[in-house]
Every structure is written in structure tokens, then in C-alpha cells.
Design a protein around this ligand. Structure first.
Ligand code: MG
Length: 308
């Protein structure tokens, strides 16, 4: 019997650690972006480049009939830029490819590409190449590849959390998909750079919340024996969202970080809230992420939205 492909089990195959055989690959699959050294033959050193790709599909990440082509183009770019923020990188450029349904007008395709180009340039990530294919059938699929450079202090990975670290989140969580936040959010590029500059090596791990707080927090400890403990009362819920939505809705594109010592409570207009702690897992079968809520511990390691 054949079973349907699931995003995480397929990605796991690509992302299995310990498979890096090329010394130019500094951070391999499994993080928000990879880090490679662009080293020519005989070069010593070479520039470090962050690179990654993400897709936006009509019916999964947006509903084009409701939001329109321009909003879809913006989101295709901003959700990829959010992965640059997760590594504390600075955008360099993007390339895009789109496959559109056969009945799409030229004007709609133009609107899509104009929006991607405009959004990219707004974040100083010029769109430097693209491709358009016309599908025989199927929904709009937009693929955005981002290139970026790490900050002077080095890129921040997902996997460096330490026992005793505080867990922090930027902005607010929950309800992003129900409202317009998932279309209008600003990738936290400058906040991530500020955090890296302020915290230096005390910023141990970071990612952007796309799948949902529970599931994304689990990524922070998937290569360690650590556990994330989140306090429900501390969660900064977006207006109209409750704790379970803050934990499971996803599409927030906020930064989730583990850091030691003092962390600023805000960066400009962006709040930074301590929502929990990283600790040793009490036993090997304990859940990777627990939510302390109303006096009970809840396993929220799977709370989130698998884009499928
Ligand atoms: Mg990400």
C-alpha cells in the first residue's frame, strides 16, 4: 500500500544530520537556511552565503480568489525573507519561479511578479531572476529562493539552546490565518539583527514561527535531550486569539529564540516576551515541548499546522 507524502517525514530524509561531506557546507539541511562558503578552486576563505527556498501554493498558504495576486506575491517573498531573519542574516537577493493555472490572465501574472519584485526591493533583496510556467492544471505555485549574508557575529542556528536559557518570542501569536497578519506581516529582519548585535553569543538558538509555536519549539530541541517549557499565562496572544490559537495556529512569522541572561523587553515598537525556559528533559520519554496551563502540563510538541 502506498501512503501519501508528508512534509516532515520527507524533509527528515533530506535533513538527517551527519551527512555533510563537503567542507563548503557550513550549515546543512534542517535549519531555516543553509550556510555555504562560496569558494572557488584554489581560493582560501571565500564569502559565506545563506541560501534557502520556500513555496507558496494557492489553497494552502493563500486563497488567491479572496486575497488577490498582489497579496499572494507579497507573502511568497516575505515568508522566505522571514527565514533570513531566523538566521539573523541580511538579504542579498532573491530568484523566483511560478507555475500558474492555464486560465490565468497575463495581467494577473504581471501583478504577481510586480508584487514579488516590489516586495523584494522594499527589503533590499533585489529580484535578480525568475521563471514562469503555465500548468495544464493545478493551483498557482510560487517558489522563492533567497540569498543572504550572515551577521558579523555569525548566523544563528535552531539547535544551540542550552539548559537554563530563557525562551522568548517577538510580537504576538495566534489568529494570524484568521485575520490579515499572514498577508501583511513584516519579516523580523531588523529585530533579528538587533538581537544578534545586543546578545552576541548569548543568543543561542532562533527560528521563525510558521508551523505553530508548539511544533516550532519542538524543532529547537530536536537534536538535543532538552525540553522546552512554555507558560500559558506569559503568551502574548494577538487581539482576539486565545492560548490554544497562540500555541497552534502558526503563520505568525515571529522570532522564537533561546538566550542566556538579560534580553531586552522590546526592540523599537516590537515587544520581546519571555514565554518559558529550556531545561533538561526529565526522562527520555518526556515530551519535547510542554505547556504549563491552569496548573497542568500539556504536551504541545505536535501543536501546529502542517502545510499540506
Ligand atoms: Mg523558518
Amino acid at each position: 500500500m502506498t501512503s501519501p507524502a508528508r512534509e516532515f517525514s520527507v524533509l527528515e530524509r533530506i535533513c538527517r544530520p551527519g551527512q555533510l561531506e563537503d567542507s563548503r557546507v557550513l550549515i546543512g539541511p534542517g535549519d531555516d537556511l543553509a550556510l555555504v562558503r562560496a569558494e572557488g578552486r584554489g581560493d582560501v576563505g571565500g564569502a559565506e552565503i545563506l541560501v534557502g527556498v520556500d513555496q507558496l501554493i494557492d489553497g494552502i498558504h493563500v486563497d488567491i480568489a479572496t486575497v488577490g495576486w498582489s497579496a499572494a506575491g507579497r507573502k511568497a517573498v516575505t515568508r522566505s525573507l522571514s527565514d533570513i531573519a531566523a538566521m539573523a542574516g541580511r538579504p542579498v537577493s532573491i530568484v523566483v519561479s511560478a507555475a500558474v493555472p492555464p486560465d490565468v490572465t497575463e495581467a494577473s501574472a504581471m501583478e504577481l511578479f510586480d508584487s514579488m519584485k516590489e516586495t523584494a526591493s522594499q527589503y533590499h533583496a533585489p529580484l535578480v531572476g525568475g521563471d514562469l510556467a503555465i500548468l495544464k492544471e493545478g493551483p498557482l505555485t510560487c517558489s522563492v529562493t533567497v540569498m543572504a549574508v550572515p551577521p558579523p557575529q555569525g548566523a544563528v542556528t535552531r539547535f544551540g539552546a542550552q539548559p537554563g536559557d530563557g525562551l522568548y518570542v517577538t510580537g504576538q501569536l495566534g489568529g494570524a490565518w484568521r485575520g490579515t497578519h499572514h498577508l501583511t506581516f513584516e519579516p523580523r529582519l531588523s529585530e533579528a539583527s538587533m538581537l544578534r548585535a545586543i546578545l552576541q553569543d548569548r543568543l543561542h538558538a532562533m527560528l521563525d514561527i510558521s508551523d505553530g509555536l508548539g511544533r516550532d519549539a519542538a524543532h529547537l530541541v530536536e537534536r538535543s535531550g532538552l525540553q522546552v517549557v512554555i507558560e500559558a499565562d506569559a503568551l502574548p496572544c494577538r487581539d482576539g486569539a486565545d492560548v490554544s490559537q497562540a500555541v497552534g495556529d502558526g503563520e505568525d512569522y515571529e522570532l522564537l529564540l533561546a538566550a542566556a541572561g538579560e534580553v531586552p523587553e522590546g526592540l523599537g515598537a516590537c515587544p520581546v516576551t519571555r514565554i518559558g525556559t529550556i531545561q533538561e528533559r526529565p526522562d527520555p520519554d518526556a515530551p519535547p515541548v510542554v505547556l504549563e496551563w491552569n496548573g497542568a502540563n500539556h504536551d504541545i510538541s505536535q501543536s501546529g499546522w502542517e502545510h499540506q
